[in-house]
Design a protein around this ligand. Structure first.
Ligand SMILES: Cc1ncc(COP(=O)(O)O)c(C=O)c1O
Length: 357
């Protein structure tokens, strides 16, 4: 038996790591598989202090994000992507081998993987696609019932991989009736959504946490910067388990510039363009045998087809990457397609037409 087999923590033997878009697919020249922005915006980086450790938490950055989100700087924690925020919550609130988190599949994979990494249990309360077609919503009663045994509840709105936003009334019900659980609303795609953020509820609900990121609409996946928004006592607890220097100095510099008024105006324009492109792609794909699985409030679309693996492979062989979501509960033969630049979307539409002809 190798040293690793002898010494590794037992529960890690069964753990399948997160198959991120970048890790599971390589090559290609059109990347529509990671919900990234097609825009690469320019920033200035001052290299005169790279010999120094960065701040534990940058005041200018947290202040800028607080202004953007309409909250106090003391309610902001900046982290290495919102993935780090997910992990901090589990490390700070859940006892390994004892506590559980609650997720509502189909949902973002890192909630369960982060929990399992720390030997924390995962309770699943699937979303329901009843009532309005293509509008997946919380099974609110069951979430509230199950929350009695779950320390942290992860709600993703708008949802990855579905795309639609959860009803804010349902989220509020969960917050009200699960006062002994931390209710995390992951708003990674909020800038694309026509719905409202729940961030203004922080004053009302001491158990609310909102996750945000610069990886999507802000077009900054490469700098790894996310924000966890919560009341001061939660932020103080999370700071106990946060790494000493979580964000590299160039990340902080770029993130501060991205939150300036001129950059936010550019963001609005880029979001508007992507939403118009989403409309265009959706309309074009109505002419194919693909079936839309969910209404999108994000920068991606979700479609069912006959053979997701075959479709993903054929497009990848032609240099165009999309994401197979078939491993998700209830999403057999479903693919997720990120909205790219107009030229990338043209290529996508053409390749799909060719595939189905
Ligand atoms: C719903 C959701 N939450 C969180 C993340 C992680 O984002 P970040 O790049 O900030 O770690 C993603 C990334 O795809 C996501 O889709």
């Amino acid at each position: 038996m190798s040293i690793v087999e002898q010494l590794q923590r037992q529960h890690l033997k069964q753990l399948t790591p997160y198959a991120s878009a970048r890790r599971s697919m390589s090559g290609g020249n059109i990347w529509l598989n990671a919900n990234e922005s097609p825009y690469s915006n320019s920033y200035n980086v001052d290299d005169s202090k790279l010999n120094r450790y960065p701040e534990f938490q940058s005041k200018p950055l947290n202040q800028a994000y607080a202004e953007y989100a309409g909250i106090k700087a003391s309610q902001v924690l900046s982290s290495r992507g919102s993935d780090e925020g997910i992990e901090l919550l589990i490390r700070a609130f859940c006892e390994p081998g004892q506590d559980k988190v609650l997720i509502c599949p189909p949902t973002y994979g890192m909630y369960a993987i982060s929990a399992k990494t720390f030997a924390v249990g995962v309770t699943e309360v699937p979303l329901l696609n009843s009532g309005k077609v293509n509008n997946w919503q919380l099974d609110t009663e069951s979430v509230i019932e199950a929350s009695a045994e779950c320390k942290v509840i992860f709600l993703c709105s708008p949802s990855n991989p579905l795309g639609n936003a959860l009803n804010t009334n349902d989220i509020e019900q969960v917050l009200q009736h699960s006062p002994r659980s931390i209710v995390v609303v992951d708003e990674a795609y909020i800038e694309f959504s026509s719905g409202d953020s729940v961030v203004s509820w922080l004053e009302r609900y001491p158990n609310l946490v909102v996750l945000r990121t610069l990886s999507k609409a802000f077009a900054l996946a490469g700098i790894r910067c996310g924000f966890l928004l919560a009341n001061d006592d939660i932020i103080e607890l999370l700071q106990k388990v946060l790494a000493p220097y979580p964000l590299p100095d160039p990340t902080v510099q770029i993130a501060v510039q991205a939150l300036q008024t001129s950059s936010l105006e550019r963001l609005q324009q880029q979001v508007a363009t992507l939403l118009a492109e989403r409309e265009r792609v959706q309309t074009a794909l109505e002419q194919t045998p693909l079936t839309l699985v969910s209404q999108s409030d994000t920068n991606f679309l979700l479609y069912q087809c006959e053979d997701a693996a075959g479709l993903v492979k054929t497009l990848a062989d032609n240099g165009l990457l999309i994401r197979n979501q078939s491993a998700q509960r209830g999403l057999e033969n479903v693919v997720r397609i990120t909205i790219g630049s107009a030229a990338e979307n043209d290529e996508l539409i053409q390749q799909l037409k060719d595939y189905f002809s």
